[in-house]
Ligand binder design. Sequence first.
Ligand SMILES: C[S@@+](CC[C@H](N)C(=O)[O-])C[C@H]1O[C@@H](n2cnc3c(N)ncnc32)[C@H](O)[C@@H]1O
Length: 200
Amino acid sequence: MNKKLDADFWSDRYSNKETGWDIGNVSAPLKAYFDQVSDKSISIMIPGCGNAYEAEYLLANGFTNITLVDISPLPVNALKEKLKAYDGKQLHIICDDFFNLEQRFDCIVEQTFFCALDPSLREKYVDKMHALLKPGGKLVGVLFNRSFEEGPPFGGNVEEYRNLFMEKFIIKTMEPCYNSISPRSGSEVFLVLVNKDQLG
Ligand SMILES: C[S@@+](CC[C@H](N)C(=O)[O-])C[C@H]1O[C@@H](n2cnc3c(N)ncnc32)[C@H](O)[C@@H]1O
């Protein structure tokens, strides 16, 4: 795997409309999760946000502290226009590499970001998620529970994910996703991982 998965790679995908990952709406598993969160003031960050339908849903439902991050200026500029009523208030939109972030959040949302990164970065992803979450903060989202011939997307499986996350996170939920969109049905796991730092 020698593709350089940098900002230009992703910008080319957006320019050429090769965005097969984009489901055009808030992902059902994440919507179900958001619907049971009662404190709408928690800080939520979505890395590799793309067109960020999840953010639109959160904002429309009263969440007040959302940060979006993407390495490609194309979706970022489109979001700044589409969500300008919220930008700089309830919403912060950052064009940068996720690995450069330094704030801390209560919740980070995973939606086809992990699978977009070169698998050699998986341990670094876990360390960075751990560093970006407040003690007790949660990484919530979906991961593919299948392999792909050539990525991105890069697949994986539950055993690999347990081994990756268990040192730094309490694995609260990692189970087959019952409400995936039909093309992904049976091939995703839903996760809620809690930053172990809460244990002191
Ligand atoms: C497969 S797309 C998913 C987009 C969106 N989450 C969705 O589900 O529609 C992966 C996204 O991650 C972004 N990305 C890739 N590497 C990144 C990095 N290191 N930091 C921030 N964003 C990154 C890409 O620009 C792209 O928008």
